[in-house]
Structures are given as C-alpha cells and as structure tokens.
Ligand binder design. Structure first.
Ligand code: ADP
Ligand code: TRP
Length: 324
C-alpha cells in the first residue's frame, strides 16, 4: 500500500443523485477514517463535473447542498477537512485549459468512463470527453499526494499523472505526481438486486432513504425455504450486514444461517436494525444542519477561502511558466 503519514489527501464527489450505501462504504468512509488519522484533508463537491449529466440548475444546486449535508452529517469535520464546492475555485477551469492544450485526443478517447457513457446512450459532448482533464486540474491545483477513489476512477488518476508529467516536461517541475488510494478492503457493495449498487442500476438504498424498510425487505433472495441451512457467503443481505454489524454479530448471523431455521426475513430485520443504529444519529445531525442553511453556507464559504488560498501559489507558478 502506498501510504505515508500526513499527506495532502483530496477527493471529489459528483452531486448527481442521492448518495447511497455503496457511496458510504465505498468512498465516504475512507475519508472519515483518514480524517481521524489527522491527514491534510480536502474534499470537494464536483458540481462542474455533474453538469455533464445534470441539466437543471435547481436540481444541481439542491444536489450540491444535499451532498454537503450528507458528508457533514456522517463524519466530515470542517475544522479538520477543507470542504468546498468545485465552482468556488474557478481557477480549476483555468488550469484545465492549460492542461487541455497538452492533452492528446487519443488519451481521452481511451478512457473507459467516456466509452461507458457512450455505450449507455449519453450524448457525446465535449464536457464528457474532457471530463478527465478537469479532474486532473482539481487534483493538481491542490498539490495532492493521495486521491481516494473507487476502482472505476483509477484510469482518471493515470491520466492525471500523465498530464502532470507532460506539463512538467514542457514547463519545468511544477506538479507532484499524485497516487490513487483504493483501499483493498473496500468491497463492491451489492444493491437490492444483488448486482453492484449504483444509481444507474436503480438498485440503491440511499443514506437517509425514507423507504429504507421497504427496500431492505425487498432485497432479492433465492427461494431456499426458511428451515433449510444456507450458505451466508455471497448472500447480499449477509454481505450488507457485514458492513454495519460487529464481528460477533456477523459470526452469529453466519452460524444461524448455517444451522437452518433462520430465514432471509430474519436477516433483513437484523440488517435494518444495524442500519438504524449507525445512521439514526447521522440523521439527527443532518436534520439539525438542514435547519440552518446560513451555517452550511458559512462552512462552504470558509472551505472555499482555504481552498483558493491553497491553489493560489500553484496557479501563480503555472501562469508564470506558461507565459502569462
Ligand atoms: P454510482 O455508481 O451510483 O453512479 P458513483 O460512480 O457516483 O456512484 O460513485 C461515487 C463513489 O462511490 C466512487 O468512489 C465509487 O467507487 C463509490 N461507489 C459507488 N457505488 C459503489 C459500490 N456499489 N460499491 C463500492 N463503492 C461504490
Ligand atoms: N470523477 C469522480 C467520480 O465520479 C469525481 C471527481 C471529480 C473526483 N474530480 C475529482 C474525484 C478529483 C477525485 C479527485 O467519482
């Protein structure tokens, strides 16, 4: 594992829908853990990136606010993590242009995420095509060492390193080459239908889902009768339970499944209880934050101020180097 103490850690998340259990355990949680270790933390809401798919101003504004509330409710401490909206650091757009001028078309044409979007019927826009260049700008502008992302973003980190190298070759050593941080322990979290939980598959359970009970009870299972012994490994309910429960509780559920006489309905109830134990306090904190929009604005404004201050020295060097 490439991991040193007190590194600049940066990650971004698109406000393109309600966050779900997959996002929490696959992405958010590692930020909370790194924050606990006292790392130099930056997290931003990638509202420019979300414009590649969200086409309504009010929807984007609301989703941006929701993501901020979710992160704050679940564990981001704005005293220890600089949390900001991407659009509050407009210099990233400027840097993206400088990087664009060095980006070979072929590099972007090879990106899986773009090809994936095309395969899913999205319109081939310049924004989608240039997405990885803007992402490289987000990362490089903050001098990031480590970028926690899901496996799907690994190639974008490779593009980022490639562009940093090209820039340095052309203009001198300005950028650090950042590494992706993809914890081995982070599994792919299954959705209610057993395949990867993802908003594109309509199988998500949102963090504060008003219909969480219905969704948990509706998780697809096989038709093994209640009395029969069952193999827990690979079963979605058991896999989800592992995320929320203590090791003893997990061992207990596995033993019950293997012994027989324990049905999927029982396991779903246990899962629901474990979810509430973790998330009810988060929900309370979220409700409290949501009641004070001015406070949220203050947190984001302070994050923007710190983020712009962190970006300024890099941008000064960059502008001088490119001839401005
Ligand atoms: P979605 O698939 O719902 O569109 P995103 O691609 O926006 O989710 O994911 C944002 C972050 O959450 C990424 O870092 C991604 O790896 C992580 N993530 C999303 N779904 C899962 C999942 N089912 N299991 C593990 N991590 C996930
Ligand atoms: N592309 C990332 C995702 O969809 C979001 C993102 C944008 C990001 N810019 C970033 C992540 C910079 C890490 C660093 O998940």
């Amino acid at each position: 594992m490439i991991y040193y103490l007190f590194m600049r850690i940066l990650t971004g998340i698109q406000p393109s829908g309600k966050l779900h259990w997959g996002n929490y355990f696959g992405a958010m949680k590692s930020m909370f853990d790194l924050q606990e270790k006292g790392e130099d933390m930056f997290m931003f809401i990638a509202n420019f990136h979300a414009m590649t798919t969200v086409r309504d101003g009010e929807t984007l504004r609301a989703a941006t606010r929701d993501v901020a509330l979710d992160y704050l409710a679940c564990g981001i401490d704005p005293e220890r993590t600089v949390m900001y909206r991407q659009s509050d650091v407009p210099e990233v757009q400027e840097l993206a242009w400088y990087l664009s001028c060095l980006t070979p078309m072929g590099l972007l044409e090879r990106c899986h995420s773009y090809k994936d979007k095309m395969a899913h019927g999205f319109e081939a826009t310049h924004g989608l095509f240039a997405y990885p260049v803007l992402m490289a700008a987000d990362i490089l502008i903050m001098n990031s060492d480590l970028v926690p992302v899901g496996k799907d973003q690994k190639q974008h980190l490779e593009v980022t390193r490639d562009l940093a190298q090209k820039f340095n070759n052309a203009y001198g050593e300005i950028f650090k080459l950042p590494d992706a941080y993809i914890p081995e322990t982070v599994a792919t979290i299954p959705g209610t239908d057993g395949q990867k939980m993802s908003k594109s598959y309509h199988n998500t359970i949102e963090l504060f889902d008003p219909s969480v009970k219905k969704k948990v009870m509706g998780i697809v299972t096989d038709s093994t009768p209640m009395e029969a012994p069952k193999e827990p490994d690979g079963n979605s309910i058991y896999e989800l339970y592992k995320l929320f429960a203590t090791p003893d509780e997990v061992a207990d559920m596995a033993a019950k499944f293997r012994a027989g006489g324990y049905g999927y309905g029982h396991a779903k109830k246990a899962l629901l209880e474990a979810y509430h134990r973790l998330f009810d306090p988060f929900r309370e904190r979220r409700d409290e934050l949501a009641r004070d929009p001015a406070k949220l604005e203050d947190i984001l404004a302070e994050g923007a101020r710190k983020a712009r201050a962190a970006a300024a020295p890099t941008m000064e060097k960059v502008r001088r180097a490119v001839g401005l």
